[in-house]
Design a protein around this ligand. Structure first.
Ligand code: AMP
Length: 193
């Protein structure tokens, strides 16, 4: 199963991806996690990315694509993957499409977790407290949400047009949301034409 999880920052993508990983037996690939690892290791890429991430902006498409390409060349993706945090804009969606075509591994589905903005603001504040992420300050969260609305949200239409999109209600208990995702994956298309 080759899956993309779409949703605003704090919509629960990471939590659901962890569950999907054990259910489907495929790795969770989060471009945010890959970038944070590069920052923690202090690689040249990490040093470059840190300031951009702390400001809530997107790291350059070329850097992230390079990193993703490298990750997708590893053997553990042979049976699929759960992609979280990529693509973030239409250019990335096109790049992903090309890359997966080249690898002969097209996407099976794109699941969008739908969460109202109030709940997002609440969740990210809680996460800032629990995880101490340096990009979860109120100002950065606002910026990331703005970028999400402007650049990432339009991807839902893009994936609906090519009939890959499944919209799932992301409010409620983690287990209930997880069941909704599994249900949605069993159905060919869950959005109206
Ligand atoms: P995330 O953990 O997905 O919320 O990502 C944290 C931060 O990493 C984002 O705010 C961006 O600065 C950067 N990032 C993660 N994924 C991408 C991506 N696909 N394109 C550009 N920047 C990204």
């Amino acid at each position: 199963m080759r899956l993309v999880l779409l949703g605003a920052p704090g919509s629960g993508k990471g939590t659901q991806a962890t569950r999907l990983t054990s259910e489907l037996g495929v790795p969770h690939i989060s471009t945010g996690d890959l970038l944070r690892a590069a920052v923690a290791e202090g690689t040249p890429l990490g040093l470059k990315a840190k300031a951009v991430m702390d400001a809530g902006h997107l790291v350059s498409d070329a850097i992230v694509l390079d990193m993703l390409e490298d990750r997708l060349s590893r053997a553990d993706v042979a049976h699929g993957f759960i992609l979280d945090g990529y693509p973030r804009n239409l250019a990335q969606a096109d790049a992903l499409d090309l890359l997966l075509r080249r690898l002969g591994q097209p996407l099976n589905a794109v699941v969008k977790l739908e969460v109202p903005i109030d709940a997002i603001v609440e969740r990210t504040a809680l996460r800032a407290h629990e995880e101490g992420r340096t990009d979860d300050t109120p100002e950065t969260v606002r910026k990331r949400l703005q970028i999400y609305q402007e650049q990432t949200a339009p991807l839902a239409d893009h994936y609906a047009k090519i009939r890959l999109l499944k919209v799932v209600d992301g409010i409620g208990q983690v287990e209930a949301i997880f069941s909704r995702i599994l249900m949605a994956l069993q159905h060919p298309q869950t959005v109206p034409d």
